[in-house]
Structures are given as structure tokens and as C-alpha cells.
Design a binder for this molecule. Structure first.
Ligand code: PEP
Ligand code: MG
Length: 837
């Protein structure tokens, strides 16, 4: 086999070029030696080193020497003199990087010295074709120019010669191969669907696929008319300029012609075995494969990673205010238990990346660390401060170690420190928005609420799920996002360009110009669609056959309320009041709540405001509400269960709501209701604090399957029912809403969930209004099904309102009913989605 020597001024450059070439070889052994730099740091070339490298690369068949420029060429010539002009050594004028890659692939295929040299010399052809500078040397059929043509003798050179002959007999006329030859010829067409086209890596796969067959294979680009190119030549394939979507024709002759064509087609069908790596498909991603769409829109920008938490020990517990050591120990134990459970969950879903979390688990169980924290707590320090100090000391010690790997462990220590501190303080890591695409493992609701949509152009979460509360907030901000992208996205270097489509889930890290242009085009088209929808957003949404659908807003703060009005909301169908209670040390007073709710009502300017009473627990714990650790918080004390157990919280909130209802159109809605007795107990408290004379719509959220089934029992006691499909789906499908591994299972269009909605709608007809306020309401595929099931209000994040209204105007209620009836007979969400036109 031909050996190769890379001569360069820079050792680093040569090494990187060799590594790059190695990528194209897919494990095929090729001897490539480096003679580069005077040493690893100093630029320069050395003739003796070049001659030694030639000796090392030579296996007897010959050596091709590639150089960068200047003294590299002189040193190589001198080395050749030192070797007394060995004719098996060839200096090649090919471009250093491209030539090295082409030569390596060609050598791996068993080509002789002339062929390898010719391949290297033609290596610029692909780039020249692409940039329109003419195909340059070797663009035509045959062995090409440069270092000489292939001599007969070796089987490879015979093949190149035969390819040239075939090219004469199988004529490429720019629109396809015209076959004049009588022997066995196989032909077929295929489409390149690799995002970056038939670039070096897939082209190298193609060369490898036909290698060793008794066949000569030619390729032509039917889309551009470029060709023909022998399939044994990497550089010539590159010169075809085959981009994503281009149609290619392959023609082969010889005894193995059919086999050759089959192999090419099979390879094309496998996308040329291109490893997805960090690059997800540009094409739409279906639910459950790869990143999940989470917040619509195109996001493009430089990546920034969420900085490690910035807990400052100075703002943690004041030792004077710490509870007794026993209480502080219990708080610490509970926080550690929660973090351990979370890490366990991540480990299960992380698959091969699970190692990242193992170190964190070990740290949580480290008895030395725990003993030190316990001693501080025993001496009167609060749990948070004690934990922070011990972990800070440990991290500082690691920072001082000489070994880089060990020093990096300090990051693990700080990560674990912060996770436990988040639990102990209820405070999330501080998030300061930056311009570009945020790439991070996951977000807490408080972090998501703090994002600045003017700066953050997109979000990529390694974990996360489309109906997690943090994702809902991201959607409310109108920031395009994909979630569940896998832990490898966390390796993205800060500043790398990221492009994502939050509608389809497509995600490309470091896109090339063509991909970037495609995303930009999509962004422009979507913006145009949004702008058009916005023009009509203030008008009611009426179906083609005259049925009015109220399109409401899900909001949590004043900014959302203003966005709701701007986007044409008919009312605010869900106010998540818990965001007034999160991220603080104690509950807001009645006055404070009244002030906040009144401000929302005023911003809504006469539109009705449905205030949901506090819904915490589950994935929204509050530090100032003492809660025993729960193994399954989503099945525990959350929503109305919690506020009935802490009636002073409910009493205060209903008082504040009643005050606002005295002068604004207001409704109140209770979350997570499972029993009629819960609703009656809440109504009783309401009657104690709000006069009967104050008009107040009363409703419940339908989030528990049992509640849906018992709708008839509730319907007489409420004005409306609002179906929370996020929780209803999680409970019906037994698929936790925050669990990214279950993203595809937790689909609200599963017929099991649709039957529950149907039950609610039928039992409520004529007695109570039925709304949907879960994220399904904004899903374009879900809207016709929900309307067909009898839902007449869709409450969605403010940015989605114009498009939902536009979609409703395209619908016909009779067709929606027919669609819903068919959807109820399906066996899966995929089947339902396939029904939607
Ligand atoms: C729901 O469960 O669908 C819902 C709207 O409530 P939340 O997402 O706030 O739990
Ligand atoms: Mg809910």
C-alpha cells in the first residue's frame, strides 16, 4: 500500500490534517507519517525529518509526499536528494489538506502511486466546481491531470482505464447516461439527502462501497448536469457538486455491475452512513426521535451556555437565623434526597452519557463531605451555608491541583453544591440572559420566567419536555425551543452558531452556509405567516360554518397580559398565579396579591381574567411551604390538595381575587380537583370571604382522569371546566410530563386522552362551558380534533393566539366532528395525527 508523508511548518496543522483524513478512512489502515515543525511548538521544516518520515511510511509500494509551502517544498526536495531520488517517492503539488484526504482514501483503496498522486492533484476540483471557478484539472472523465496518468498493470489502474473507456461507451449527456455498450450495464437513480450533500465523508463511504468489486462505476449529477465521475475517485465525486436534494445517476459495468449499483443505492438509503453527531436532521423530526419541538419559531444565533450557579455564600443563611440543628439536618437530608432522585432519573435517561452523573451521585454520598457539613450544622450554622462552605472548600482544593483532569472535578463539586442549594433555598441559579441561543441541560420554571426574549433567540435543552412548566414559560415568551436534544449538545463550544426550528424539532449545530440560508428562509416565511395572522388577530375566530371559538391566553405576569392583548386574546383563560408565589422567601400578602391581580385585569382592558388558585407541589415546590419529602410529588400534595391542607393560603388568595372581581370581569378556577368534596370545601371558603353579590365565574381544571370520568358530578357546581391536557395526559398515560424519555408517550392526541375529553364534553353539554388550557390547545394538529370533540375555548400562550385564530377560521365544525369521531377509533396518537389534513 502507498504510504503518505505530510510535510508542514506546523506540527499542529499536520496532525489535525492527518486526523481529518483518518475520519474519511473509517478504520482502513493507511500509513501516514508527519514531518512538521522543528518540534511540537516551533514552526519550521527539516529535510532529515522528512527523509526519516518517508522511510517510516514506505512499505515497499511507494510514498507520496504532500507539503504546505515555502521551505516545506525545499525540505522535501532535499529529502528526496538524501534518498538518492528514489523513484518510488513522489513529491506532489496538491493542496495540503484536500490532497492529503484524497490521497489517503485512494491509498486505502489499494491504488498505485500514480493514481494516488492523481487523486491528490485533482482534490481541488470539488471546491472549484462548487465555487464556480471551473472544474479545473481533472474535471473530465479519466485519470485526471497532475502527477501523471494511471499506468496499466494493477487492477486499480485497469479499472480507471476501463472507467475511461466506459465513459466513452456509456455517454453522459448531462441529462443522464446514454448506453451504447452491449455488455452488462446496471443503472439507477438516487437522491442525496445528507444535509451537507455528498461532501468528503459520505463520498469516502461511496468509494469504499464499490472498492474491490469487479465493476467500473460512474456517477452523474442529474440535477446540475455535472459528470461523469468514477465512483472510485473521491476528488471526482466531490466535483459533482452533489448537494442535499440533488438527484444522481449511477451506472456500472462488469461482472459485479448489479452488485455495485445495489451497494450504492443501499448506501444512499442509509444517508451514506453519516453519523448524526451533533447534527440532527434538518428535516422535520417526528415526536419521540431526537430533539422534540417545544416552542415554535426559528432560532439562530451563537450558543451560550448557562453559567454555573452563582450562589454567593454571603447571601445564604445567616447563622443567627438558622433553625435548630435537628431541623437543619432534616432540611439537608430532604434536599439531598431530592437531588439524588433527580440524578437517578437523569442517569436512567442519559443512556451512554450516564457517566456524567455518576460522579455527582458519589459526591452526594461522600461521608467526608457529609461529616464536615453535619459538624457545621451541629455548631449552629444553617444547612445551606454549611453545605456551601464545605463544598466550596473542596472545590478550591481541587482548583489548586496540577493535573488538569483532577482540576476539572471542581466543576462537578460546584454543580452538586448548586443543585442541593437550589433545593435548600428554593432559589434557582441566577440566569442573566445573553444574546443568542441558550444551550443547557434543563431550566427551572423560575429560570425560564427570567429569560429575556429580546436577547435569547432560541433555546436548546439537553433534557426537558414539551409540557414541563419551564417549557410552557419559554413558549409564553415566544422563544423558539427544542428539548430532549441529548446530553451531547452540552459539548457545544460557546459561540458556535446554532440553528433550530421549534415547530419541527430540527436542530443543527454549526450549520454550513446552505443550511443557514435554509433556516433563514424558513424564519422569513414563518414571520410572514405570523404577520398575516396578526393583522386579523383582533377579530373573533369563527369557523367557516359560523361557530365562534374563544381563543384565550395563558398568562402569568403583566408582560404576558400585554402580549395577550397585542396578540388579540378574547380573554385570559388561565392565570398561573403560582408565579407570584415562586422565587421568594414567604407568601405574598392579600394586598400584594390584590395589587398584582388588579394590574393584570387592568392590562386586559375589560377582557375576562380566569385566575387559577395556587397550584404548587409536583415540579413547582415552594420553600416556605413545609412539605414532607414525597417519592412521587406529581402524585402527592399539589394543587387544591395542598391549599385545602393550608387553608390560610387559599383564604388569602380568594379574598384578593374577590376584591378584584368587584370591579373587573373575573373567574376563579381550582387546580387538580379530584373529588367533589374538594370543590365544595373550596367553594365554602370562597363564600366566607367573597360576597354572593360579586359576579365571579367558578370553574375547575380537569387534569385527573377520574375527574374527567366524573364530570357529571361536577358540572352542576361550576360555570366552566378547563381541561388541563398537560396533566391529564401525564396521568392518563402514566408518563411524567418532565421526563424527556417519555416525550412521545405523553402525546395529548393519544385516543385514550381524547376519550376522556369526549367524556367531559358530553357530560358538560348544556351545563358548563368546556375549555382546553393545556399545551395541546396550541398544537395545530390538535385544534380540529378538540373542536370536533365539542371544545369551544382554546387557551394558549400569547404568541400562539394569532395563528390559532387563523387556523380556526380555516376549519369547518362538521368536518371537525367527523375527524374527532374517527380519531376516537384510532389506536395511537400517530394514527390520529395522520388523520389531520
Ligand atoms: C395543564 O395541566 O394542562 C395545565 C394547563 O396546568 P399546568 O400546566 O400549569 O399544570
Ligand atoms: Mg396542570
Amino acid at each position: 500500500m502507498i504510504g503518505i508523508v505530510a510535510v508542514s511548518h506546523s506540527h499542529t496543522l499536520a496532525l489535525a490534517a492527518v486526523v481529518l483524513a483518518g475520519e474519511m478512512l473509517h478504520g482502513q489502515p493507511v500509513r501516514i507519517e508527519i514531518a512538521a515543525g522543528l518540534d511540537e511548538q516551533t514552526f519550521g521544516t527539516d529535510a532529515v525529518a522528512v527523509s526519516e518520515a518517508i522511510g517510516a511510511a514506505d512499505s515497499g509500494d511507494g510514498v507520496l509526499v504532500l507539503m504546505d509551502m515555502g521551505s516545506a517544498v525545499l525540505s522535501a526536495e532535499l529529502a528526496l536528494d538524501l534518498l538518492a531520488g528514489d523513484h518510488r517517492v513522489r513529491l506532489c503539488a496538491a493542496p495540503f489538506v484536500e490532497g492529503l484526504i484524497a490521497a489517503a482514501v485512494s491509498a486505502a483503496g489499494g491504488a498505485d502511486l500514480d493514481e494516488v498522486a492523481a487523486e491528490a492533484s485533482n482534490a481541488l476540483a470539488g471546491k472549484q466546481t462548487h465555487l464556480g471557478a471551473g472544474a479545473g484539472a481533472g474535471a473530465g472523465a479519466g485519470a485526471g491531470a497532475g502527477a501523471g496518468s494511471a499506468p496499466p498493470g494493477s487492477s486499480e489502474s485497469e479499472k480507471v482505464q476501463r472507467a475511461a473507456e466506459i465513459a466513452r461507451e456509456i455517454e453522459w449527456n448531462g441529462r443522464g447516461f446514454a448506453v451504447a455498450e452491449s455488455g452488462p450495464v446496471s443503472r439507477a437513480e438516487f437522491v442525496v439527502d445528507n444535509p451537507h450533500g455528498l461532501h468528503a465523508r459520505p463520498a469516502a463511504r461511496l468509494v469504499g462501497a464499490v472498492r474491490g468489486l469487479d465493476s467500473s462505476v460512474l456517477l452523474g449529477n442529474l440535477t446540475t448536469g455535472t459528470g461523469p465521475a468514477p465512483a472510485s475517485s473521491l476528488s471526482r465525486i466531490a466535483a459533482l457538486g452533489a448537494l442535499a436534494g440533488h438527484r444522481l445517476e449511477v451506472a456500472a459495468t462488469g461482472a459485479d455491475a448489479a452488485e455495485a449499483v445495489d451497494r450504492v443505492l443501499a448506501l444512499a438509503a442509509r444517508h451514506f452512513d453519516e453519523a448524526p453527531g451533533l447534527v440532527a436532521e434538518v428535516a422535520p423530526v417526528t415526536r419521540g426521535t431526537g430533539p422534540l419541538p417545544a416552542s415554535p419559531g426559528i432560532g439562530i444565533g451563537p450558543s451560550w451556555l448557562l453559567a454555573a450557579a452563582q450562589f454567593d455564600s454571603a447571601d445564604l443563611d445567616d447563622p443567627g437565623r438558622a433553625e435548630t440543628p435537628a431541623v437543619e439536618r432534616r432540611r439537608l437530608d430532604a434536599a439531598i434526597a431530592t437531588v439524588r432522585a433527580e440524578i437517578d432519573r437523569l442517569r436512567v435517561t442519559a443512556g451512554t452519557d450516564a457517566g456524567i452523573f455518576e460522579a455527582h451521585q458519589v459526591l452526594l454520598d461522600d461521608t467526608e463531605v457529609l461529616d464536615a457539613v453535619h459538624s457545621r450544622i451541629a455548631a449552629g450554622t444553617g444547612a445551606a451555608l454549611a453545605w456551601a462552605r464545605v463544598l466550596d472548600d473542596g472545590a478550591a482544593e481541587l482548583d489548586r491541583l496540577p493535573d488538569e483532569y483532577q482540576r476539572a472535578r471542581a466543576g462537578d463539586l460546584r454543580a452538586v453544591r448548586d443543585q442541593v442549594l437550589v433545593e435548600l433555598t428554593g432559589r434557582a441559579t441566577r440566569l442573566v440572559s445573553r444574546a443568542g441561543v441558550l444551550v443547557t441541560a434543563d431550566l427551572t420554571p423560575a429560570q425560564a420566567a427570567a429569560l429575556d426574549p429580546a436577547q435569547v433567540t432560541g433555546i436548546v435543552l439537553a433534557n426537558g419536555s414539551p409540557t414541563a412548566h419551564s417549557t410552557i414559560l419559554v413558549r409564553a415568551h415566544g422563544i423558539p425551543a427544542v428539548v430532549g436534544a441529548g446530553l451531547r449538545v452540552l459539548e457545544t463550544a460557546a459561540g458556535t452558531t446554532v440553528a433550530l426550528d421549534g415547530q419541527t424539532g430540527a436542530l443543527v449545530i454549526d450549520p454550513d452556509r446552505a443550511v443557514l440560508a435554509e433556516f433563514t428562509e424558513r424564519a422569513v416565511a414563518q414571520q410572514h405567516q405570523r404577520d398575516t395572522a396578526l393583522v386579523a388577530a383582533g377579530k373573533p375566530a369563527v369557523t367557516r360554518d359560523g361557530v365562534t371559538v374563544h381563543v384565550a391566553a395563558n398568562i402569568s405576569d403583566l408582560a404576558d397580559a400585554s402580549a395577550a392583548v397585542r396578540n388579540g386574546a378574547d380573554l385570559a383563560g388561565l392565570v398561573r398565579t403560582e408565579f407570584l408565589f415562586l422565587g421568594r422567601a414567604d407568601a405574598p400578602s392579600i394586598d400584594e396579591q390584590e395589587h398584582a391581580y388588579r394590574a393584570l385585569a387592568e392590562a386586559l382592558d375589560g377582557r375576562k381574567l380566569i385566575l387559577r388558585t395556587l397550584d404548587v407541589g409536583g415540579d413547582k415546590p415552594l420553600p416556605y411551604i413545609e412539605q414532607a419529602p414525597e417519592a412521587n410529588p406529581f402524585l402527592g400534595m399539589r394543587g387544591i390538595r395542598l391549599t385545602l391542607a393550608r387553608p390560610e393560603l387559599l383564604r388569602d388568595q380568594l379574598t384578593a381575587i374577590g376584591r378584584v372581581a368587584a370591579d373587573h370581569p373575573v373567574g376563579v378556577m381550582f387546580p387538580m380537583v379530584t373529588q367533589l368534596s374538594e370543590l365544595l370545601a373550596a367553594r365554602h371558603i370562597l363564600s366566607e370571604v367573597v360576597s354572593q353579590d360579586i359576579p365571579l365565574d367558578i370553574g375547575i381544571m380537569v387534569e385527573v382522569p377520574a375527574t374527567a370520568a366524573k364530570t357529571a358530578a361536577f358540572a352542576g357546581h361550576v360555570d366552566f371546566l378547563s381541561i388541563g391536557t398537560n396533566d391529564l395526559t401525564q396521568y392518563a398515560m402514566a408518563a411524567e410530563r418532565g421526563n424527556e424519555a417519555l416525550g412521545s408517550l405523553a402525546d395529548p392526541l393519544d385516543p385514550g386522552v381524547l376519550h376522556l375529553i369526549d367524556t367531559v364534553s358530553r357530560a358538560a353539554t348544556g351545563r358548563a362551558r368546556v375549555a382546553v388550557c393545556g399545551e395541546a390547545a396550541a398544537d395545530p394538529a390538535a385544534a380540529p380534533v378538540l373542536l370536533g370533540l365539542g371544545v369551544h375555548e382554546l387557551s394558549v400562550g400569547p404568541p400562539s393566539i394569532p395563528l390559532v385564530k387563523a387556523a380556526v377560521r380555516e376549519l369547518d365544525s362538521t368536518s371537525c366532528r367527523a375527524l374527532a369521531t374517527r380519531a376516537l377509533t384510532c389506536s395511537s396518537a400517530e394514527e390520529v395525527r395522520a388523520l389531520v389534513p
